[in-house]
Write a protein that binds this ligand. Sequence first.
Ligand code: HPA
Length: 273
Amino acid sequence: MNEVFERCKQAADYIGQHLDAKDAIGIVLGSGLGELGDEIENPVYVDYSDIPNFPKTTVPGHKGRLICGYLNGTKVLCMQGRFHFYEGHDMKTVAMPTRVMKLLGVKALILTNAAGGCNKTFKPGTLMFIEDFINYMGDNPLYGENIDELGPRFPDMTKAIDPEYNALGKKVAEELGIEVRSGVYMAFRGPNFETPAEIRFAQTIGADAVGMSTVPEILAARHCGLKVIGISCITNMAAGMTGEELTHEEVQETADKVKDQFKQLIKEIVRQM
Ligand code: HPA
């Protein structure tokens, strides 16, 4: 068996002994957005540190556990904290939870993140549905021997974001009166925030938002046939756009301001999915 697949299976087998995620909606909570996990009813927790082959998260504001339970009556499997490439994990580790969710029978995945806005019409606090993405991380979780058990060597990315769930998400936002935008998410390696020159480059090639996550998970999800959508919380305008310097505190402060809207949106999306 493929060694990466074996590692995913070991993790899934362990988690499966503690919770039943069949047909759940998977949710990955990004920087400053972890609070939604505390609203899950009848929660069962599995700490990442107890899961075979899972590394520990190292980012402030990320808790590092799986929560399975009910959100608005819908079964969810929530990752409170994710693994980032910039932490030094390899891409296969970064993408492992996505594959583990597939093995656990998760039906669809909602990825969330904090991102810098490089579309000039965005504002801090804008919520952006990810329509498409640019992988500028210089690596890819699908690199290397293909895991035939999960998906094809050359997966199509024309519809990497599930069109139906994405349309549903935007419909829900409208119903709730939450103003949202759509756009292209461009993933950098980090961990530094981009330079102003990199942001001009990102704008030129069609990015609306920049960040350091999510793309590996989308790639792994699409590869294994797990339907996926993504929502970015634009926590700041990207480097060089305002003249101000960027800080992680600013990212967390903005995420904190929009978290109630964000929670309301996700809760209603999962209910209708
Ligand atoms: N750049 C990259 N990642 C981010 C940013 C940013 O400006 N804001 C939040 N995450």
